[in-house]
Design a protein around this ligand. Sequence first.
Ligand code: NAD
Ligand code: IPM
Ligand code: MN
Length: 362
Amino acid sequence: METCEPNLLWFSAVAVKKKKRIAVIPGDGIGKEVTVEAVKVMGATGAPLELTHFDWSADRYLQDGTTLPADGFQMLARDFDAILCGALGDPRVPSNIHAKEILLGMRFKMDLYANVRPVRLLDASLCPLKGVEPADVDFVIIRENTEGVYMDMGGAFKRGTADEVATQEDISTRKGVERVIRFAFELAKTQRRKKVLMADKSNVMTYAGGLWQRVFKQVGEEYPGIERQHMFVDALCLHMVREPRQFDVIVTNNMFGDIITDLAAALQGGLGVAPSGNIHPGRTSMFEPVHGSAPPFAGKNIANPVGAILSAAMMLEFFGLNAEAERINAAVLKSVRQKKSTQDIGGTLGTREVGDWIAGHV
Ligand code: NAD
Ligand code: IPM
Ligand code: MN
């Protein structure tokens, strides 16, 4: 018999009986295909949702130059409870300007400071490591989402000459570091996890690392029941592959978080199955798979929709619709274990067929 994983309670929200308004931004490439399936599966739960689709994407940008309307972020924050996004990025827009404005725009301008990226192995067959079982890979990475090198501060001097100089600033603010570290401890408390590990490169990046170290210690002291750990981010990569069992909650900066969540996705079966939430507690937050638009996969009905479907389940939990979220998680687990899945995780079905199967089992 299939077993269902327990409800993870990401956000300790309480359901309010009112239709939840969701802005859906499928975006580019496989983002469009996986979002259709996530919407289908959410619909099958019968959750009280009201969906509005936005066509912000490379297609729209190439048509009329719109990335998103001038009041786009205010409108999203005012008129919606959450956003479900597919992926943004298209080789026809080499500057990636639309993705930057839409995706990074939501993260930065809506101040979605905690990027929550769970890492859970659904079936042993999905892990590239030997002898690793689902119980061995169950942790969550909290990536700071509004600062770091992503602030796009820097410049180029004597560009195009032999004397060219390029700088790219890495910004950490006291407030930014403190709130994301506190978020990590709060999440550990809610999920009854035992450890929070902060990863940095404070042996080299001494100023930023010093700030992260001090704040981690200070905030951590407020949570005496939770163990504090530290690793340099390079060593963390090694340990994640050699001994993934030891991790519970990991908190780190924006760039390190970006890199280690792709590595962590590999432990759970690849980018096709990794979900995420871009959260500011109490505000309109955004949910999306960790993967991008995978241009070579686009339009072929081969992309795995599970990352998007699990992101939708995280969104329902964010609303406090825990029972509906749990039904999605259980149906996904069944589909993966019964190989009712796409090729990347050992199945033979297409994107739509996986979505249909999961929707039929929620
Ligand atoms: P990607 O995540 O799109 O794809 C990398 C590889 O991962 C793919 O070639 C494929 O092998 C695998 N993969 C990803 N999603 C999959 C799925 N659903 N099912 C099966 N396999 C899957 O990363 P990339 O190729 O580096 O980037 C492509 C574009 O997407 C770029 O423009 C990039 O900037 C953008 N991007 C956007 C986001 C986002 O919107 N959040 C995230 C990452 C990359
Ligand atoms: C991610 C992506 C984005 C990031 C890119 C597309 C800007 O890689 O969501 O992980 O670097 O944050
Ligand atoms: Mn990434």
